[in-house]
Design a protein around this ligand. Structure first.
Ligand code: ACO
Length: 421
């Protein structure tokens, strides 16, 4: 063995040599050390797969999709081009991009029964719950999706999901507004069509401001993948049972719904509103330091530096506010960031703004209610989930996800009849 680790088991005095590959040891190799296993709640130091999709260096604040820096993709690429890149590993040629755009554009419509299903939700249903249910319902409309070993079939389902996510998200939004659902306009680009389905009223054609279309493209690109995050892990975990991709992605949507993951931007806005004025910031910060609450939009499991996506979003906020006017909460956010970045509590814990600190402000400026923020995140993240899923199902090393546990409960008790308890 070239790189190896020698473990001396002090229980027995035995020594064991374990191979090190790519800076990791195989947890299964520890079994030979007296049946040893690792205990790692939240997988903070456990690699679950080999992946060639997204690279992050959290210390340096680097994010790359298939080797391309996020800054270059956000500036020069389109969302559909990034989807292609994530799914195929290479940037498309113009012919490939034209074909891919055509394929996605021609799958934007939903079966009318999916629409009926969505109309069945209560008037105040959370759009994220509606999105999750509708994605999972798609598996019943496309039963052949369960044939996950056929690459052509996988391509069809992947195309469908990327195409239909904005339609589902827009219908969920219109539902919450009590407005009629607007069908896709396939003459428009991916993001322009999404804005049309969201905001069109009685006009013949809805024409979105190009700067807002561009801002949405950037936001979707920034959210497109983030390696083994909570929702990607959920997609992989559920997908490892070899279920169809709609069911696996629905699990990802569920994971993203939570306030510690995709729900954080909604929480940031609520927090900024609660703070109300810059005068209240010092008191709020004191409360955070005393552990009474969290500074939402700060901190990240991987980034121990400024989240590179937060930098790009901060810039996009300025572009959006040029069109929509400045959101007064921006001042509070900026001041909060300034104070937090100088404060010993945040500095020593390497807590920096993450992608969600500013994204909510843009979404609000685009007139989205907070409940819609995570849906926007989910639309952007769909290609990442699907790229992760595809990598999983074509990876021969993968097995059904099934962690171990350390059992802490009772053993071998005698059943007590109910009248004797
Ligand atoms: N505000 C105040 N303190 C914080 C924050 C925060 N936002 N985040 C972490 N800390 C503190 C913790 O209390 C802990 O302090 P301690 O060492 O004194 O106990 C220390 O920093 C380390 O934090 P952990 O919770 O161990 O970090 P972890 O990697 O488990 O959590 C997480 C990461 C969940 C993102 C966390 O930073 C957090 O809750 N942030 C706020 C929610 C948020 O913005 N989530 C969006 C993440 S980005 C995304 O999902 C797209």
């Amino acid at each position: 063995m070239t790189d190896s680790l020698t473990i001396r088991d002090n229980r027995t005095g035995e020594e064991h040599e374990i191979e090190i590959v790519d800076g990791t040891i195989r947890a299964a190799d520890l079994k030979k050390v007296g049946g040893l296993a690792t205990y790692d709640p939240g997988f903070v130091n456990t690699a679950s797969c080999r992946s060639a999709i997204t690279y992050i260096d959290g210390e340096q604040g680097i994010l790359e999709y298939r080797g391309y820096p996020i800054e270059q993709l956000a500036e020069q690429s389109s969302f559909l081009e990034v989807c292609y890149l994530l799914l195929n590993g290479e940037l498309p040629t113009s012919d490939q991009l034209a074909q891919w755009t055509h394929d996605v554009t021609h799958h934007t419509f939903l079966h009318e029964n999916i629409k009926s299903l969505m109309t069945g939700f209560r008037y105040d249903a959370h759009p994220m719950g509606m999105t999750m249910s509708s994605i999972s319902a798609l598996s019943t409309f496309y039963p052949h999706a369960s044939n996950i070993s056929d690459p052509e079939n996988r391509y069809l389902q992947i195309t469908r999901m990327i195409a239909k996510m904005p339609t589902i998200g827009a219908f969920a939004y219109r539902h919450s507004q009590g407005k009629p659902y607007i069908y896709p306009d396939n003459g428009l680009s991916y993001c322009a069509n999404f804005l049309s389905m969201l905001f069109k009223m009685s006009e013949r054609d809805y024409v979105a401001d190009e700067r807002l279309v561009k801002a949405l493209e950037v936001l979707f690109i920034l959210h497109a993948d983030h390696e083994q995050n909570c929702s990607a892990n959920a997609v992989r975990s559920v997908g490892s049972s070899q279920v169809d991709p709609y069911s696996a992605v629905a699990a990802g949507v569920g994971a993203l719904y939570g306030p510690l993951h995709g729900g954080a931007n909604e929480a940031v806005l609520k927090m900024l509103r609660r703070i109300g004025t810059t005068d209240n910031i010092p008191g709020f910060i004191e409360g955070v330091k005393e552990g009474k609450e969290k500074l939402m939009g700060f901190g990240h499991r991987v980034y121990k530096n400024y989240d590179p996506r937060a930098k790009i979003i901060k810039k996009a906020t300025e572009d959006v506010f040029e069109v929509t006017g400045v959101n007064p909460l921006l001042k509070i956010a900026q001041e909060l960031e300034k104070i937090a970045l100088e404060d010993e509590y945040f500095v020593s814990r390497k807590l920096y703004p993450n992608v969600d600190f500013y994204s909510g402000l843009i979404y609000e400026a685009l007139q989205f209610p907070p409940e819609m923020f995570t849906v926007l995140f989910a639309i952007g993240r769909t290609p990442g989930w699907l790229a992760q899923w595809q990598e999983l199902v074509t990876d021969k090393e993968q097995k059904i996800a099934r962690p171990k546990q350390i059992y802490t409960g009772e053993r071998q008790r005698e059943f007590v009849p109910i009248d004797q308890r």
